[in-house]
Write a protein that binds this ligand. Structure first.
Ligand SMILES: *Cc1c(COP(=O)(O)O)cnc(C)c1O
Length: 429
């Protein structure tokens, strides 16, 4: 099928439009999408792909869900947006109430923003303003974990892994943070002495300058798809309390059931002082994020020198995004999401196990709705991407990692097809 208009548009795209982490002189191929429904993405050439990525963790209910479409239409007919300064609306009030209800105990105050990275900026600003308000003005650095990923804006970038986050490119412009080694204790196991020791040493050495510790609980996502021990998070919580640091949990990827608990913090039975949510919050419909904190943190900030929290984006609490988010969370909680995630985990584990002993494969691991095949060497995206598309599946590997986190609504049959495609591509390497 030859479509001259599309051919021109794609030529324009290649010449003029940045894609994520892309070169403008040597861009990789991009595939034009014409529609998406359920777990299927339809390309302009008519081919359909089973989606393994949930558009980067976000599309948990599948594309074009009738309930979310209806919520969007209803809200558009009422109003899409009003400023949040001096005004408020039911979508924000209902959503905030729901988030306070379902997140770990003690998180009572909600700050809405427009993307995950911004919610991390907001979390870091909260931590700094909190310490300042308490008179701890020297506590202005953040402890973070190597192999972490927290977003692409400056403060968020400063707490990403220094190597994969390419800190050297922005040297001098990034705040210098304090890094812990990446946790080595596997998920489900008691904390290794080496991990505990690194945690304790770092707090002992740096607590006078540390405002907060930020981590992605249980699953380090874009920094390596690593699953680690809940014990690590429990000890992090204890040390934060002991040394007057706040614990920031970045659940932008793990939130809303992906790891088998509604929030990954629940694996460790702890509550953070600050929680970042994003990605799946709107079921992948619109960009929306939230930073939640405790009464104590909010009160301390508000009674500090500034007398307020210094942030307020233009599209704060966008009503359309909030209305869809409310419906998405409602839909999730209505169903038996937990057994469904266990189903995904069992299927992923079963189908990908065959790769465990493959000579090109270093590790296969699955947790909740996440399946990871770690290769021995980095794969060439340019060569691999078309192979997945040929298999009729949408999988976007990075570095050594071929991984999937499909929409929760994927059927056993489609999940089998997705995994078999991965197995075929990986064994063909
Ligand atoms: C994706 C992600 C972010 C950044 O969110 P954006 O919406 O892309 O800005 C931050 N932290 C984690 C853990 C993420 O997975």
């Amino acid at each position: 099928m030859h479509d001259p208009k599309l051919t021109d548009a794609l030529a324009f795209d290649r010449e003029h439009i940045w894609h994520p982490y892309s070169s403008m002189t040597d861009p990789l191929e991009v595939y034009p999408v014409t529609s998406a429904k359920g777990v299927r993405i339809t390309l302009a050439n008519g081919q359909t792909l089973i989606d393994g990525m949930a558009s980067w963790w976000s599309v948990i209910h599948g594309y074009g869900h009738p309930r979310l479409n209806q919520a969007a239409k209803n809200q558009i007919d009422a109003f899409s947006h009003v400023m949040f300064g001096g005004l408020t609306h039911m979508p924000a009030m209902d959503l905030a109430q729901k988030l306070v209800q379902i997140t770990p105990d003690g998180l009572e105050k909600v700050f809405f923003s427009d993307s995950g990275s911004v919610s991390v900026e907001v979390a870091i600003k909260m931590a700094l303003q909190y310490q300042q308000a308490r008179g701890y003005t020297r506590k202005n650095r953040i402890i973070s974990l190597r192999r972490g990923y927290h977003g692409d804006t400056f403060a968020a970038m400063s707490v990403c892994d220094p190597v994969t986050g390419m800190h050297q490119i922005f040297q001098g412009a990034l705040p210098s943070q304090i890094f812990l080694p990446a946790p080595e204790t596997p998920f489900g196991e008691a904390l290794l002495a080496s991990d505990l020791d690194a945690l304790e040493r770092t707090f002992k050495q740096h607590h006078t300058e540390a405002a907060a510790l930020i981590l992605e609980p249980i699953v380090q996502g874009a920094g390596g798809m690593r699953f680690y021990s809940a014990d690590y998070i429990r000890h992090a919580r204890r040390l934060c309390d002991q040394y007057g640091c706040l614990l920031i949990a970045d659940e932008i990827a793990t939130g809303f059931g992906r790891t088998g608990q509604l929030f990954a913090c629940e694996h460790a039975n702890i509550a953070p002082d600050i929680l970042c949510l994003g990605k799946a919050l709107t079921g992948g419909y619109l960009s929306l994020a939230a930073t939640l904190t405790t009464d104590h943190v909010a009160k301390t900030i508000s009674q500090g020198g500034a007398g307020c929290f210094m942030h307020g984006p233009t599209f704060m609490a966008n009503p359309l995004a909030c209305a869809i988010a409310l419906e998405s969370v409602t839909l999730l909680l209505e169903g038996d999401w937990k057994s469904n995630i266990l189903r995904l985990e069992a299927q992923l584990t079963q189908h990908l196990a065959i790769l465990k002993n493959h000579p090109k494969v270093a590790d296969v691991r699955c947790l909740g709705g996440i399946g990871v095949v770690e290769l021995n060497a980095p794969c060439e995206l340019k060569r691999l991407q078309p192979k997945f598309v040929e298999e009729g599946i949408w999988v976007r590997p990075f570095g050594k990692l071929v991984y999937v986190m499909p929409p929760y609504v994927i059927t056993d049959e489609d999940l089998a097809t997705l995994c078999q495609g991965i197995v075929r591509v990986v064994t063909s390497l």
